[in-house]
Write a protein that binds this ligand. Structure first.
Ligand SMILES: [Zn+2]
Length: 352
């Protein structure tokens, strides 16, 4: 008897392009979000985007509230929940490079209201997915929530963001290669459910980005467009899979561990990029694809070494040997790799 079931949650609208920020309220109305909007943002995104959105809500008589957050912490989530408790909040709008969006996502999950994602930088794939986490002490609060009801990504705003944020987004997409390899491995060895559709989509997204690496340049709206489309595509792969597996494997475990060992040194995407070089080496050895991954990262101005990340060789080795402890996710790291193996992988690939 057939007993399978699957539930794929996708954003209802993804609006991407030139000047689409001016259409944020139109998108909200079209997606049937109602009530008072609570806009979650931080200082710079407020100036470049959130104020313009708030003006649209005010002009329409929506009576918006604004919370400005600085750090992606659980305290910041609490601040948003407190602001929401003082008003009959209809939905949340996260405006920023990632942190305000993560916070809005977690708060909306808690409040059980919809949220709209307005990325001001193409810095990682969390801006289009329901998945996110914020650190709290030595652990992380994670959500596997619904994706944003709508995504409004203005290529003009995104092209103006610091270039390193875009290169981090590119590296996050390139990491799909090793994420998919880890997922397939977990499927073979641990019978973890694998989706051919999601795996193929995720891998193709990385391939398309690498193929167009030459035309991804600073301050070009066309480049912002290509990177955002890839991030959306990665997010859709995660929605189809119902997990972050298509875009998050051992390279992400490595990055999460670096966050604990050397906090605030490098951007998420840059860390997973370097993690991908190492993971690729661990998967296929010296003759494998790690050079292609490294060259793709380098061609997009993303770091490929410990130095480039601003961390020490020891920190890289500690992260690599302890990354398997982070969460119960089977990857090429298995139950951990030895110090010697870590030194070998990091040295051969030139990461240290
Ligand atoms: Zn990522």
């Amino acid at each position: 008897m057939f007993q399978k079931s699957t539930w794929i949650r996708l954003p209802r609208s993804v609006v991407l392009g030139h000047d689409v920020l001016e259409r944020t309220r139109e998108v909200v109305v079209e997606t049937h979000l109602t009530g008072r909007p609570l806009v979650v943002t931080s200082e710079t995104p407020r100036e470049v985007a959130a104020d313009r959105i708030v003006a649209q809500f005010e002009a329409a008589g929506d009576d918006p509230e604004v919370v400005v957050v600085e750090e992606a912490t659980f305290d910041a989530v609490e601040d948003v929940l407190e602001a929401a408790s003082g008003m009959a909040v209809g939905y949340l709008v996260g405006v920023g490079g990632g942190k305000p969006i993560d916070i809005a996502k977690m708060a909306s999950d808690h409040l059980d209201v919809g949220f709209v994602s307005v990325p001001t930088a193409a810095s990682h794939d969390g801006i289009v997915s329901g998945r996110g986490s914020v650190p709290e002490g030595d652990t992380r609060h994670s959500v596997a929530a619904a994706p944003p009801v709508a995504v409004v990504a203005d290529t003009g705003v995104i092209a103006d963001a610091p270039w390193e944020l875009t290169t981090a987004g590119c590296a996050d997409i390139i990491s799909n290669y090793t994420a998919v390899k880890d997922w397939r491995l977990a499927n073979r060895l641990q019978n973890v459910p694998y989706s051919e559709y999601a795996g193929a989509l995720s891998q193709m997204t990385a391939e398309m980005l690498v193929d167009s690496a030459d035309s991804i340049k600073p301050e070009l709206e066309e480049s912002a467009w290509m990177v955002m489309k890839a991030l959306v595509s990665s997010g859709v792969a995660m929605s189809i899979a119902g997990s972050s597996r298509p875009a998050s494997g051992s390279e992400h475990l490595f990055s999460h561990q670096l966050d604990r060992i050397a906090p605030g040194k490098a951007l998420h995407g840059h860390q997973v990029g370097v993690g991908s070089i190492l993971a690729e080496y661990l998967h296929s050895g010296e003759q494998g694809q790690w050079r292609a991954v490294r060259d793709a990262l380098a061609s997009l101005d993303a770091p490929t070494t410990a130095d480039g990340l601003g961390v020490t060789d020891e920190e890289v080795l500690e992260a690599l040997t302890s990354a398997h402890e982070i969460r119960d996710r089977y990857t090429i790291l298995g139950s951990g790799i030895s110090e010697d193996a870590a030194v070998e992988a990091a040295t051969k690939t030139g990461v240290i």
